[in-house]
Design a protein around this ligand. Structure first.
Ligand code: PLP
Length: 360
């Protein structure tokens, strides 16, 4: 059912750089949302005290109709509060935090959560129900994270995450990057952000001028649907790529959003057109309140079978699960290697044809 923007309030137009105003104009209540769409206010209002809503005007404008893939990612659903399965912290992130807001799971890299805020509250968030409970990253907490990194020479890479690290003001981000760059053993800085997708207006020339001062700096965006690849998102990626910042994308496999070969193929092709290399497809973690988004693993593997070989290898990310208890990420691959016999393996190609290949 296409929802009438007509008769309802039109979404205002904003310019690049207006991101702060867009954040303050974000829709956070059922009442506000009802000025744009015909909704069941009571249902939505029953979810937001537990899992807050935040939909900035740009992302809101991408919704074409009720329950479409953009809507599903942003608008609260009563299934979130009915879900009693899963856990608040299935990956044991809290236990692997030597200092607050920093996770040290792998020897050579850490995840540093520098804010708990985002430009869009994704309904399927891995840190759902915890983003608000963790202390926000005050200057003191950021300082203790930096001290930890400075004191551990095995850390070669720092991944800024959150929340969304690009929620920091330019000056704060510049100060943080400056301190990290001064640590001799930190080779790589990686930023995990949804901004190029969720609020591309944040990717200003001033921001990019800061980011390009700290190479090698990689940026992993997060796109889940071709409908998110707009001219504004393309422009944001264009100015980042032109500044020499390599771009990747992490996609989450989501039921009703992109758990479909044609949609996933289209998304991956659109990403490389805007110079974003697909990095991971994440199977959604068993986080309480997100059960309705989780497809089966078989479905994920089937989708991978329709990518590999059928479209450019540039478009094919790894499909990963994150093991419970902090075991880390493991790629799941279609089973192409069938058996080893007489020193030869039997292998299936992308068309399903069988071949033999010598082991040695
Ligand atoms: C995903 C993740 C990383 C990064 O893993 P890569 O495979 O290098 O992208 C690092 N630390 C934690 C805690 C993670 O969850």
């Amino acid at each position: 059912m296409p929802l009438p923007f007509s008769g309802k309030q039109d979404i205002p137009k904003y310019r690049f750089g207006d991101w702060r105003r867009m954040l303050s104009d974000a829709v956070t209540s059922a009442d506000e949302l009802s000025t744009f769409f015909t909704i069941d206010q009571k249902s939505i209002a029953s979810v937001t005290p537990t899992y807050p809503m935040r939909i900035n005007p740009y992302y809101l404008s991408l919704i074409q109709h009720e329950d479409d893939p953009i809507w599903k990612q942003a608008v609260p659903d009563t299934m979130e509060i009915q879900d009693r399965s899963g856990e608040k912290d299935p990956l044991c992130e809290e236990r692997q935090s030597p200092v607050p807001n920093l996770i040290h799971r792998y020897p050579d890299r850490v995840l540093f959560m520098v804010t708990k805020e985002c430009a869009l509250n994704c309904r399927f968030c891995l840190r759902k129900g915890r983003v608000g409970s963790r202390p926000s990253a005050t200057d003191d907490l950021i300082e203790s994270g930096i001290d930890y990194i400075r004191g551990h020479k095995s850390i070669q890479e720092v991944i800024l995450s959150g929340g969304d690290p690009l929620m920091l003001e330019d000056d704060a981000l510049n100060g943080l990057l400056h301190k990290l760059r001064k640590i001799p053993h930190v080779d790589i800085i990686r930023i995990h952000t949804r901004m190029p997708c969720a609020l591309p207006h944040r990717i200003t020339r001033d921001l990019v001028t800061i980011l390009k001062q700290y190479p090698p700096l990689y940026l992993n965006a997060h796109f889940n649907h071709p409908g998110e690849i707009t001219s504004q998102a393309a422009e944001a990626c264009h100015i980042l790529a032109n500044a020499g910042i390599p771009l990747g994308s992490q996609t989450v496999l989501l039921k009703g959003v992109n758990d479909n070969s044609a949609v996933m193929r289209h998304l991956m092709r659109e990403l490389i057109k805007i110079r974003v290399k697909p990095y991971y497809i994440h199977h959604p973690d068993p986080v309480r309140g997100t059960r309705h988004f989780r497809p089966s693993l078989q479905r994920g593997i089937k989708i991978m079978e329709t990518l590999r070989g059928h479209i450019s290898g540039m478009c094919v990310p790894h499909y990963v699960i994150d093991l419970p208890g902090g075991g880390g990420k493991v790629p799941l691959l279609p089973n192409d290697m069938k058996e080893i016999k007489n020193g030869r393996i039997r292998v299936r190609n992308y068309k399903g044809e069988m071949f033999e290949y010598p082991v040695e």
